[in-house]
Design a binder for this molecule. Structure first.
Ligand code: GLN
Length: 310
């Protein structure tokens, strides 16, 4: 046997990365280089930076096998977040499973909005309706220890994931409540309600693209116009929010006018829409009418919780 007949040298980290990126480029909506690096990091237990700093290293055979398995499942359409079992949101890594929506970066806008608009040190009761993995409730609970977060969720599977995320991250000021929107909450019991409800129209072709087919349909689709969840949630919020309290909602890029109309019809005031980093109108907020104009605008001693003039 001559040296040339021996087994080929196993591929290096860089060779695996390049080959995977090349194959992932065939997937629609994939980010091939990022995904190749995330999967390689997952398979080897290394950080992405380490992989890039030592490209010539050769992974152990079981790491290479694990990588091949992850790559095959990704090429078969399994979302990256499900392969890794976690997804970054705000400052945390959240555990996610097929029972929950995969947290999206645009939803961080709701977190920013709540942090901007609500007083940081007041003992507020803030609900996250349809919490899914618990992303919004967790981010707010950790940012604002003085607040109490109610993470409301109908799906038992998602509620279990949310509870696990809150527990793992030590968010002792947040708890999960199994609920159909706000059903168990008392009237005028909330200082703020933040929600990323389902809002995609049932027949929208996006539902069959990218990761969406692998996510719970109930967390994504909401009737023929995608507005059914807003139609349920906004009137309930009108009852459960205190006078002057904040309601902030994520919505589709073209739904701001409809959401603003629903909020106005339910008597919300100071209705304002904010755009996401991609420039899409993505979240709209309003204040529950109080009957007392001063309190709506957060003047001292009022029932309103919003800081300053909206
Ligand atoms: N923004 C998500 C998407 O379009 C949808 C999330 C939702 O329905 N709340 O992929």
């Amino acid at each position: 046997m001559t040296p040339g007949d021996g087994p080929a040298t196993p591929p290096s980290l860089d060779e695996l990365r390049r080959d995977a990126a090349h194959r992932l480029a065939a997937l629609p909506h994939a980010e091939p280089w990022l995904e190749a690096e995330l999967l390689l990091a997952e398979a080897t237990g290394c950080r992405r930076e380490t992989l890039l700093a030592w490209p010539e290293r050769i992974p152990a055979p079981e790491q290479a096998r694990r990588f091949a398995d992850l790559l095959a499942r990704r090429l078969a359409g399994v979302p990256i977040a499900h392969l890794r079992g976690h997804q970054a949101f705000w400052k945390q890594e959240l555990r996610v499973t097929p029972d929950t929506l995969i947290p999206r970066p645009e939803t961080e806008l709701l977190v920013e909005l709540a942090l901007d608009l609500l007083p940081a040190t007041a003992p507020l009761v803030v609900a996250d309706a349809g919490t899914g993995s618990g992303a919004i409730a967790l981010a707010l609970a950790l940012e604002r220890p003085a607040w109490t977060l109610l993470a409301l969720e109908l799906s038992p599977g998602a509620a279990a994931v949310a509870a696990d995320n809150l527990r793992r991250q030590g968010a002792t000021n947040a708890r999960v409540i199994r609920a159909d929107w706000l059903a168990p909450l008392a009237p005028a019991s909330l200082d703020a309600l933040i929600a990323n409800p389902p809002y995609i129209p049932n027949a929208d072709p996006h539902l069959s693209r990218g990761d969406l087919p692998q996510e719970p349909l109930g967390a994504l689709a909401a009737g023929p116009e995608g507005l059914d969840a807003f139609r349920q949630l906004i009137p309930q919020a009108q009852i459960c929010l205190k006078p002057g309290a904040l309601l902030a909602l994520e919505h589709g890029y073209d739904q701001a006018p409809a959401v603003r109309t629903l909020l106005a019809a339910a008597g919300f005031t100071a209705i304002t829409t904010r755009t996401d980093l991609a420039g899409h109108p993505r979240a709209t907020w309003g204040l529950r009418a109080s009957g007392d104009r001063a309190s709506m605008f957060g003047s001292p001693g009022s029932g309103g919780v919003c800081r300053g003039t909206p």
